[in-house]
Design a protein around this ligand. Sequence first.
Ligand SMILES: NC(=O)C1=CN([C@@H]2O[C@H](COP(=O)(O)OP(=O)(O)OC[C@H]3O[C@@H](n4cnc5c(N)ncnc54)[C@H](O)[C@@H]3O)[C@@H](O)[C@H]2O)C=CC1
Ligand SMILES: O=C(CO)COP(=O)(O)O
Length: 326
Amino acid sequence: MTRIAVVGAGAWGTALAALHARGGETVALLGRDAETIAAIAKTRENPRYLAGIALPASIRATIDPAEALAGADLVLLVVPAQSLADAATALRPYLAAEATLVLCAKGIARETGRFMSEIVAKALPDHPLAALSGPSFASDVARGLPTAVTVAAGDAAEADGLARRLSTETFRCYASSDLRGVEAGGALKNVLALAAGIVAGRGLGASAEAALVTRGFVELRRLGEALGGRPETLMGLSGLGDLVLTCSSPQSRNFAYGAALGRGDDLKGLKLAEGVFTAAIAARLAEDAGIEAPIVQTVSEVLAGELSVDEAVQRLLARPLKREAG
Ligand SMILES: NC(=O)C1=CN([C@@H]2O[C@H](COP(=O)(O)OP(=O)(O)OC[C@H]3O[C@@H](n4cnc5c(N)ncnc54)[C@H](O)[C@@H]3O)[C@@H](O)[C@H]2O)C=CC1
Ligand SMILES: O=C(CO)COP(=O)(O)O
């Protein structure tokens, strides 16, 4: 049994399927939209999420979970964070008993504050769990551009093995045993990318953008540690690395969403921005932990319509002066 199944045929699932099929793995891609799956099978392209990027013919794209999961020892879970509980539950009858599950979504359940690992451990107990996260745009990975990410599992030797298995010539996986730190960094950077987008969209200048990313990183570290992550993980690819990527590129959907907010554009029709669903719960977790996270808090209030963009900027500028390391 050496087969990878990718659950979720959106941008990231399709990119990971392409990467590993090119790397020589036998890969199945499970989607839920029959039209998209039929288009992948026919045109070797995902016209909805990765238009214009050729996919390897060897990917078996299907909407049938039994077909996708049969014989898979590694299952990449690549549906959005808020859909993961339902998607995981639906997989239960089809998973091989010994299959390892790799969490690829970046978010926290908005209702419960649960991390992806907690959700999946509840829905699919007894499977080894890992997380893959780091600076990696789907279209870059699907095109075979060089990328480096973190692969974390509770057991260090297992993380080493998975990192080796998931690495290719262009995709370097660094192993970590800090699952929580990797999950926290991935979820929080999305909220901070919204803030960076707001600053850019409002035209506040490159200096303000750099200040926002730096102070955002302070919050990511503080809150990430309070949630159980290790400092070195939060300073690594899945924390700082992904923060830098998503806060600096309009290619990021979270950054693009924030920029649209900053410009006062219509938000309808924008692509999935996970930070929109994570912001309020991240702000609540910070409050519960007694952690100061003014940027996360402000993003949450802007998204809730409780604060205008200009009021948000004013509020952040008016915070009491303090020592930088404080
Ligand atoms: N796009 C990117 O560059 C990257 C995305 N991610 C993360 O991966 C996750 C997925 O993102 P994308 O693939 O980009 O999103 P997407 O919006 O491109 O695609 C999401 C896919 O999930 C499917 N889906 C939604 N609910 C489902 C359910 N209940 N059951 C089965 N399928 C369901 C949708 O039909 C769609 O195909 C997010 O958490 C994102 O933060 C992580 C790294 C890179
Ligand atoms: O997580 C990502 C890159 O590492 C993708 O970011 P967006 O979801 O903001 O596009």
